[in-house]
Ligand binder design. Sequence first.
Ligand code: NDP
Length: 246
Amino acid sequence: MSIEGKVVIITGASSGIGEATAKELGANGAKLVLAARREDRLQSLQNNLKKEGVEVAYTTADVTSNEEMEQLAQFTLDKYGQIDVIINNAGLMPLANLNKKKVDEWNTMIDVNIKGVLYGIGAVLPHMRERKSGHIINISSVAGHEVMPGGAVYCGTKFAVRAITEGLRKEEAAEGNNIRTTIISPGAVQTELTDHISDSDAKQGADALYEVAISPNSIARAIRHTISEPDDVATNEIIIRPTAQE
Ligand code: NDP
């Protein structure tokens, strides 16, 4: 009933929910591998965690590269000899109505939010299956449950994350591989997520919704809970909204 000593990979650890989760899990004794593209952020988070006595390493990894995700898994195995948990958290939300035809943003969301999660799963699954132990946590969203205007593509990617995670759960359970899956579906959380919305109408809408946004620490605590349950207990999904979010 503990996360003490568990080896946890966190993608998108350079800000927001990933960073908060690193702090929460590190404070509870997990051994961490932090991944993202911005090395300066990872380096400074690692330094701060080390000062707190956390066992932590980082490596840059772009989740849209299957090769880099394989390297991330290998880096973790070289460092700690095992992978207990991966948190596929990296994601982007450049909202805009479809008629704006932001093709580059469609592609990026599909690459990061869907393919990034698949590559993360694929990188650790052989090791977890061999050990008959592991926990794969994928960050979806309330937008994986309901579609809002401006969010057709983003919601599509987050619906996909839930479908992929549920498929994985059924496949691994059927084979008795003892691999836990968790979908974390947050509502509005105060992070850098809305900074990258290029469409001014969508940005206005998001800014209004995010007035009630909650701290990423609340998501980190939920993630910590799912990991700290006993191995035969899989918390398959948690939805966490600001109380004031409609
Ligand atoms: P942030 O923008 O603060 O964090 C996003 C993280 O993703 C960053 O660390 C960024 O790191 C990383 N990232 C983006 N693209 C890539 C890439 N190609 N390769 C590797 N890492 C990448 O936002 P959040 O913390 O809010 O987002 C985390 C997750 O939570 C996302 O999946 C998001 O969809 C989800 N979510 C967030 C909600 C919110 O309201 N904030 C609500 C529901 C879900 P870097 O740029 O350094 O690579």
